[in-house]
Design a protein around this ligand. Structure first.
Ligand code: C2E
Ligand code: CA
Ligand code: CA
Ligand code: CA
Length: 284
């Protein structure tokens, strides 16, 4: 991580820091880091494109390493995934995000119901206790299931059969929203999409990069148009990631996307920031 003035910092990209930080040394200190409370969560708002209100936020984990400073998830999630630590780490993120979402709701941070999105890794998805533990977190935090959205990558679900999808289906039946993350980067055929217990597609930002400036890339426009129409036919909502400019936001709104997330609205930040954002919305 590089210091960027004040208490802000920039997450260094994984490639540059990977050279500097030995993977195995990071892997070795992962378990202790969880015990020592070195992880923290930043929240990035999800904004409704039709009226600009904040509908929730995605929880994004960071590691405040005592020597290397703030590390982004791309630098340690793969290590946590390969060592199995992702299961307790992911559980901690879920617990913490649910507690935060409950607090936002209690504070009346937003007029509407505020939701929290939490990323689920493939190992968490396969873990036999997923449903029971998620239910336990909802119970102990007092968070309504409909206020939780679990994000699962398209690649983690490709090829999953009915048996493997059952935990997700159970969670969806309880009212938890399931989003298909990084949609469009993997290969999933359309008939398969119908069988998944998902209610939201999160369109990867590679599709919307061509809309950052006018004129928009006409091929990107056609692709997004097609995906939105398909998604809405299947009764799925569409969230777009990586919205960096107002031009892009306007294109995506016109194309019928439902929700947007990106630097144009806000970078990931501390939970208090969401409060300010929502109040600005409520006032305007
Ligand atoms: P993701 O789920 O696709 O999350 C979106 C990523 O895009 C985040 O990177 C976010 O900071 C970044 N982003 C947001 N808006 C913009 C924008 O306008 N432009 C650009 N260029 N980027 C934007 P981040 O925080 O580095 O997270 C990277 C990935 O790490 C996430 O990708 C997710 O797959 C994973 N991750 C983060 N937190 C968790 C977690 O708690 N558990 C698991 N399993 N994975 C996590
Ligand atoms: Ca995500
Ligand atoms: Ca994504
Ligand atoms: Ca991603």
């Amino acid at each position: 991580a590089k210091a960027a003035g004040g208490n802000r910092y920039e997450l260094a990209d994984a490639d540059s820091d990977a050279r500097v930080i030995a993977r195995h040394s990071l892997t070795n200190c992962l378990p202790a880091a969880l015990d020592n409370g070195e992880f923290f969560i930043e929240y990035q708002p999800l904004v409704r494109l039709d009226d600009g209100t904040v509908r929730g936020a995605e929880a994004l984990v960071r590691w405040l390493h005592p020597v290397h400073g703030v590390l982004g998830p791309d630098q340690f999630i793969p290590l946590a995934e390969s060592t199995g630590l992702i299961v307790p780490l992911g559980h901690w993120v879920l617990q913490e995000a649910a507690r935060q979402a409950r607090a936002w709701r209690a504070e009346g941070t937003c007029e509407g119901p505020l939701r929290v999105n939490v990323n689920l890794s493939p190992s968490q998805l396969r873990h036999p206790a997923l449903v029971a533990e998620t239910v336990a977190v909802l119970d102990s935090s007092g968070l309504d299931p409909s206020a939780l959205c679990l994000e699962v990558t398209e690649n983690a679900l490709i090829g999953a059969d009915e048996e493997e999808l059952r935990p997700l289906r159970q969670l969806a039946d309880l009212g938890v929203d399931i989003a298909l993350d990084d949609f469009g980067t993997g290969y999933s055929n359309l008939s398969y999409l119908r069988r998944l217990p998902v209610s939201t597609l999160k369109l990867d930002r590679s599709f919307t990069r061509g809309m950052q400036r006018a004129p928009a890339d006409p091929v990107d426009v056609k692709i997004v148009e097609g995906i939105v129409s398909l998604a809405h036919t299947l009764d799925l909502s569409v969230t777009v990631e990586g919205v960096e400019t107002g031009t892009q936001a306007e294109h995506l709104r016109v194309l019928g996307c439902d929700t947007a997330q990106g630097w144009y609205y806000a970078r990931p930040g501390p939970p208090e920031r969401l409060h300010t954002l929502s109040l600005v919305d409520a006032a305007s």
